[in-house]
Write a protein that binds this ligand. Structure first.
Ligand SMILES: Cc1cc2nc3c(=O)[nH]c(=O)nc-3n(C[C@H](O)[C@H](O)[C@H](O)COP(=O)(O)O)c2cc1C
Length: 350
């Protein structure tokens, strides 16, 4: 069991936010799977993302890697809130009361919209708390404590927009909104989905900027601090990557002559799976070193979710070895479906 601020994740294996966590049926399957310790939704925007045929995914033929051109979920935040409400208030497939956290992945282009989205999430948590109080069953987990938020700062596929986490100062207005929500209600568990960074000073800048949000905990006489950011998920896909169609599992009939010879209609996309793994490990390792040695106790408590090329038990172990406390996957979920979590677990406990 890993404690991430107010949520408990057990086992420490989750799905990373992705296209296979888009709707209620997919989320239900992930939620009911005994091998996931939490479920992450696909990234929602306030009103839904205008998806079209150019938004898709392909898989490599000779390695367990993916390239995708998806933006965000076409479903608006309101749909996710209603699905999360359903999942947390109805028994699981095994008949038990829900006790697994759900991480709602969100993003917004402006701090005003992000503020509205956070208000809606907090309203959901209030409703869940009320249901819990009116049911009054002893020993049952308050479902409002099972909702966490992950801000996706790192999608590489949005036309004309760079992932904000590549220019961290541009992200600060969004982080300010998250911090202010946390200060009004410090029971909310908040994380950031980060992109793959390529050189050491970027990790230092991110950790320095996040540490600016730490505050002293009242009553601890300066001994302890709290930081709004309980976890970082490292990494998202690596943007501007290219597969030729003949490197993928696509049948040759599936690529239109407009796309040929490239695999994706957008040509470039975000790289995930095995090809990303060494870079993801390096990112997790770099953050773990900086956070572990930080002078601020709140920064030392930030939990790293290791994502990127988790395709086998060995990869799971490498993620832990690099410093992740929670491990997640997306590409393998796309390839194998929900049974991947049993595969990674069985394989990992060999
Ligand atoms: C098809 C697809 C869709 C994705 N959509 C999202 C998303 O909506 N939000 C997000 O934060 N990351 C998204 N990702 C990135 C994954 O969460 C993950 O960070 C990345 O794929 C690396 O993990 P992997 O090697 O296990 O695929 C997506 C990845 C894939 C393959």
């Amino acid at each position: 069991m890993v404690q991430v601020h107010t949520i408990e994740i057990s086992p420490p294996l989750i799905n990373a936010s992705c296209a296979w966590a888009s709707d209620l049926a997919q989320l239900r399957e992930l939620y009911d799977c005994p091998y996931t310790g939490a479920v992450t939704t696909r990234t929602a925007t306030l009103n839904g993302f205008g998806e079209d045929d150019s938004n898709t995914v392909v898989f490599a033929a000779s390695s367990t890697s993916s390239l995708n051109s998806y933006g965000y979920s076409p479903h608006p935040l309101a749909s996710y809130l209603s699905w999360v409400h359903t999942l947390l208030t109805t028994p699981t497939a095994s008949g038990s009361t829900p006790s697994k956290p759900i991480i709602i992945s969100i993003t917004a282009a402006s701090s005003t919209v992000l503020g509205e989205m956070l208000d809606e999430i907090q309203e959901l948590r209030v409703r869940l708390k009320q249901i819990h109080h009116s049911n009054g069953a002893a020993g049952v987990i308050d479902p409002s404590t099972l909702v966490a938020v992950e801000l996706n700062t790192s999608c590489p596929n949005i036309k004309g927009t760079s992932p904000p986490a590549y220019n961290f100062p541009l992200l600060l207005p969004l982080l300010d909104v998250l911090a202010s929500t946390f200060r009004s209600d410090s029971s909310l568990t908040i994380g950031l989905k980060l992109p793959p960074y390529l050189y050491s000073t970027r990790f230092q800048e991110v950790v320095r900027d996040l540490s600016m949000y730490s505050r002293g905990v009242p009553g601890s006489e300066g001994q302890d601090t709290a930081n709004p950011f309980a976890f970082i998920t490292s990494t998202n896909t690596l943007g501007s990557s290219l597969f030729f169609a003949d490197q993928t599992t696509l049948p040759s009939s599936a690529t239109s002559s407009d796309n040929a010879p490239y695999a994706l209609p957008t040509q470039l996309g975000g790289l995930g799976g095995e090809a990303l793994h060494p870079l993801a490990l390096g990112n997790v390792f770099s953050f773990a070193k900086l956070l572990g040695a930080h002078s601020d106790p709140a920064m030392r408590r930030v939990v790293i979710f290791g994502v990127g090329g988790v395709t086998s038990s060995e990869a799971v172990r490498r993620m832990y070895g690099a410093g992740a406390k929670i491990v997640g996957c997306a590409t393998m979920l796309g390839l194998m479906g929900v049974k991947v979590f049993r595969y990674l677990t069985d394989d990992a406990s060999d």
